[in-house]
Design a protein around this ligand. Sequence first.
Ligand code: NA7
Length: 549
Amino acid sequence: MAAPRQEQISPQISPETAVLDYDVIIIGAGLSGMYQLHRLRELGLTVRVFETGTDVGGTWYWNRYPGARFDSESYSYGYSFSKELLQEWEWSEHFAGQPETLRYCRYVADKFDLRRDIAFECRVASAIYQDEARSWAITLASGARATCRFLITAIGPLSTPTLPRIEGRDSFRGQSFHTARWPKQKVDFAGKRVAVIGTGATGIQTIQTIAGEVGHLTVFQRTANWAAPLHNGKIDAETQAAIKAGYPEMFRRCQETFACFVHTPDPRGAFEVSDEEREAFYEKLYGERGFGIWQGNFRDILIDRTANATISDFVARKIRERVKDPAVAEMLIPKNHGFGTRRLPLETFYYEVYNRDNVGLVDLNETPIERITQEGIRTSDKDYPFDIIIYATGFDAITGSFDRIDFRGSSGALLKDKWQHGPETYLGLMVDGFPNMMMLMGPHTALGNIPRSIEYSVDWVTGLLRFAQAKGLTLLDATPEGTAGWTDHVKALGVGLLSNEVNSWMTGINTNVEGKQRRIVARYSGSAPAYRAKCDEVAAKGYDELRLA
Ligand code: NA7
């Protein structure tokens, strides 16, 4: 790809006379950036996408760790915008693995000829708004620069991996990997002594996948997480045909459900049924595929502590049944948060891994890591020698990918400063004082089944830019009132949710990042239909809640 032209904007220039490299720059060629590029071509705009990786796919490009796969049904996760694509592409499993999903992303890029507008291996270092020219000046890590009228961030809510701040980390002489920076070549685990630090969704997928391959595996767990069975399986020809025929109906359902999954809360409360019925319902959910036990459970399990205790007790019993050593089972049962109050990892024989002779579990609350040594990991209890250390330690979520780009809005205001007490956004899509910048899957948007949310946000942004084009607008900005109003609304929606009382990436906590030890409301936690209704209303009213010029 050609490097962007090195143009500078004179500070005196007006919006009309500014010569800009592109109408739109999109940062990121993951699922959001790819679809946004596709949609903007309809408007005849000149668009450039800058992507750090060497290929499309975002999350599915970076997260190549063993066992990485969907927890949403494959068919409900793919793009819905092209009937042809839906009929052409065949998911091989109900929950596809990362290699297949990356192939899917590449297939989409080829089919829609996306790569010609994407510059790979281009990390955006700064994005600075030029008040006079009403444009953005982008500088890449390479020093190359480019300008555009509109800037769209498609940088992902979980794309900034974080390593633990443990003394001696760089002194380790073996191999070490963060799961989100996994090497492209296969890692040989045969006969190796392997450590995994972290037991979130990623750690669980990694652990259950490599346990049978390694010589010995030691899992370092700081917080036990609730997990439930994925129940993955191959898709046979008959089911494939039914899936393809059923796409319109399935996507219609995803539009109606709370978080765009095929699952949605049961209208009943946990105590509106008898004990026997409740137990039977939990048993049924535990035996079913995917997020049903989390997203399709009784309506009150994520807001009512006593209701939550019933499902937590049920899953704890399952863990005790599945793990032979009662002491290990107790270590694996979370004691500091209820079921589903953190993002639920889905597993395939994860608990049975701890019945293997070659797997050990270390509780870091009992014996904390003191340092990484040249040979391995030293806890307060002993030295563990390793050949490989795997960091499944998560991400600086939601705001982290913004923090690592120097965003400066009108009059040089820093986005980091504006968000120092937590994100402030308008509809999760814009921020006042950062004109002509739109965010896809930024803070305060409905996340849920992410591609469904992506498609909605991209369509909304496309509508806004079509409107700007039709009206000859060169400035689109949220108002301070609009931003304050939405931010307050998002905070109010979070009140009473048990998940907001728990430390997790969803509440902005990352012990490995300076300043991220205080809970914030980073996500929109209302229903996706309500979110879309609000955004649709804004569009229908001619975006009159925005400052337009
Ligand atoms: P998560 O869910 O944030 O999990 C990270 C894990 O790493 C979690 O168990 C952490 O323990 C652990 N961790 C992090 N830092 C440390 C240190 N310093 N010492 C010990 N243990 C540590 O990230 P994932 O990648 O699993 O999943 C992120 C999302 O990606 C997931 O929800 C899906 O949506 C896809 P903690 O719980 O903080 O005590």
